[in-house]
Design a protein around this ligand. Structure first.
Ligand code: GAL
Length: 381
């Protein structure tokens, strides 16, 4: 198919040019087995091996048996502003489900289809396109040999604030949907005081103790001992919870802590380096960018110490016009990470872009992400 034939008509000339350049680069690179010289250009259109723009937003990556799998929100079609979200500017596309791409080199991505499709024929289902399917993360359970997906499942007005779970025998799915719920119903946090738990106007933790805690933006993290955790923005996004999962990774284990209390941090991405836990996140301004947050902890349940905005260089004060989604430890290169961000296009969400940049821990133990127009995976030594 000629390259132009697969371009959406709305793409500008500029975009067409970068699309063409990258399509040619990817075709050239596909010839070689090892593409360690391949260049990443944050913010341009990234084509898959079919020449189509990669469609995997708010995503995360699993490395399994020599292959990287990139899962993300499949965003297609018209962006609209539902009446129910008008006050806060929450534009939407109908939820397409969760897409998955595979790669051996982090640059050449093959479309493996929808790991978890939305269900247009079933308007009452959690996975109906009118509902929200965001920030999917997949982890592999070595004990059960299953791939487990968690994501932010919500009602059209984002008030259900739940976590959805799905499971698959293979990385590309199809994943079997197990349902959505508010985590930790009936469970007290490890670190709540009596006054935290006392019902009072505005005390959302206490309000939701029985029915389960609100859960919007989220990520998963598997520790070296195989224990998995969900980090989710809770209590109307004001406070984050870190919640241990059961051994099969399918439910909360009933042990969780409140972290960043009242700090309104979302878009969490968690990783570990030299025995310490790190988190990159954002402030809560919807699709609009804001200064990133970073933090470190010796114990996953905290206390977490905030380290400020980890971004450096052009656009650092607004996270390069993007929002965190994941931090990928590069296989075979201890201490080397790639930070993944989404540059949302709030009036054309399907044309949102990816900002991937190297992340290093500096001599003071702070994570640092520096802007680069283009960079090579070769540089990650
Ligand atoms: C952001 C969030 C995104 C998406 C968006 C909706 O705050 O990080 O994942 O939910 O709001 O406007």
């Amino acid at each position: 198919m000629p390259l132009r034939a697969c371009l959406p008509p709305s793409l500008s000339t500029m975009k067409c040019f970068s699309y063409l350049v990258f399509s040619l680069m990817s075709l050239t690179c596909m010839a070689g087995e090892v593409r360690s010289g391949s260049i990443l250009t944050p913010g341009s259109v990234w084509p898959d091996t079919d020449g189509r723009a990669i469609n995997a937003h708010g995503g995360g990556i699993v490395f399994h048996e020599g292959v990287y799998y990139w899962y993300g929100e499949f965003k297609e079609g018209r962006t609209f502003l539902p009446k129910v979200n008008k006050t806060w500017g929450g534009t939407r596309v109908l939820a397409g489900g969760v897409s998955v791409y595979s790669s051996k080199d982090l640059v050449t991505w093959k479309n493996e289809g929808l790991a978890l499709p939305s269900l247009p024929e079933n308007p009452d289902h959690d996975l109906a396109p009118e509902n929200v399917i965001e920030r999917p993360k997949v982890i592999y359970n070595a004990r059960t040999k299953k791939f487990v997906m968690w994501f932010h499942q919500d009602s059209p007005n984002y008030q259900a604030a739940r976590s959805g779970v799905a499971v698959s025998d293979t990385p590309v799915g199809p994943f079997k949907y197990l349902g959505a719920f508010r985590p930790n119903a009936g469970v007290r946090p490890l670190n709540a005081s009596a006054s935290d738990l006392a019902p009072a106007p505005g005390n959302l933790l206490a309000r939701d103790l029985e029915g389960g805690q609100m859960a919007r933006d989220m990520t998963l993290f598997v520790d070296e001992d195989g224990t998995a955790y969900q980090f989710y923005s809770s209590e109307s996004n004001q406070t984050m919870h870190v919640s241990q999962l059961t051994e099969d990774y399918l439910r909360p284990a009933g042990k969780y802590a409140r972290i960043f209390v009242g700090r309104s941090i979302e878009a969490p991405a968690v990783f570990k380096h030299k025995g310490r836990y790190y988190l990159i996140g954002s402030g809560c301004t919807g699709w609009d960018p804001n200064p990133a947050h970073s933090a470190v902890a010796d114990s996953i349940f905290g206390p977490w110490k905030e380290l400020g905005n980890p971004c450096r260089g052009e656009g650092a004060e607004i996270t390069f016009g993007s929002q965190s989604t994941f931090v990928l430890p590069v296989a075979g290169k201890p201490g080397v990470f790639i930070a993944l961000f989404d540059r949302w296009n709030k009036w054309d969400l399907a044309d949102s872009r990816y900002i991937w940049l190297p992340l290093f821990i500096d001599a003071n133990g702070h994570p640092i992400v520096t802007w680069r127009d283009r960079w090579s995976l070769n540089e990650l030594e």
